[in-house]
Design a protein around this ligand. Structure first.
Ligand code: FE2
Ligand code: FE2
Length: 217
């Protein structure tokens, strides 16, 4: 039984049955950049890079929202709605942070070697650019930034679910972690990754719903 009583295998099937988004030009540039540096093959180290980058849009939205609150706190009702948005963004950012810490712990336990340049410097450079792109798109029109994030999350969801499908050994690998208290106690690494993928789907749906509400507000 998994925390929350979710049938994670059924969720995996659902992702695998669902075609990927038709990714935008910017999203494709981002994925191509990652493939150039880390190869097309999915790996724990590559997922870690993905998670470093995944937090960035939420940080950029939070930043913009705080600027908005500085300018609008004389209208407390409006500022409060902005603050609610900040809270949600922060939750998703925190969720990505757990993904990153769990993966880092796993990489260290397995003794996977990573070069400082490729796995510390380059992800920060990519994150730096992605932050500014997210920020700029948000400033032009929030829906553009949500849409880019939805593509990113859709990609992450599929990558994790396909990784589980392609590595049946993960079904036998117990999930041992110092972060179980924080993230949840999943029996196997397969279920852990299914849960992470499901988080990515929820992040995607959140961004898509923001596009919708921006359209009708
Ligand atoms: Fe994530
Ligand atoms: Fe995500």
């Amino acid at each position: 039984m998994t925390p929350g009583n979710i049938d994670l295998k059924a969720e995996q099937e659902k992702t695998l049955r669902t075609p990927r988004h038709r990714y935008s030009f910017l999203a494709r540039v981002l994925f191509l950049t990652m493939d150039v540096f880390y190869g097309r093959r999915k790996s724990l180290s590559k997922f870690k890079v993905l998670e470093v980058i995944a937090r960035v849009p939420y940080q950029s939205w939070e930043h913009v929202a705080y600027i908005a609150m500085t300018h609008t706190y004389s209208k407390p009702g409006f500022a409060r709605r902005v603050f609610e948005f900040v809270r949600e963004s922060r939750q998703q950012q925190d969720n990505e942070q757990w993904h990153l810490l769990i993966l880092e712990e796993m990489v260290q336990k397995k003794g996977i070697r990573e070069t400082f340049f490729l796995y510390r410097i380059v992800p920060q450079i990519i994150a730096f650019f992605y932050y500014h792109v997210s920020w700029l798109l948000y400033a032009i029109k929030p829906a553009y930034s949500y849409s880019l994030n939805a593509d990113f999350e859709d990609h992450a969801e599929h990558e994790y679910m396909e990784y589980v499908r392609d590595h049946p050994g993960l079904e036998e690998e117990p999930f041992e972690s110092d972060f179980k208290q924080d993230y949840g106690d999943y029996g196997t690494v397969a279920d852990l990754f299914r849960r992470i993928a499901l988080d990515e789907r929820l992040h995607k749906e959140e961004s898509l719903s923001r596009i919708q509400s921006a359209r009708f507000s």
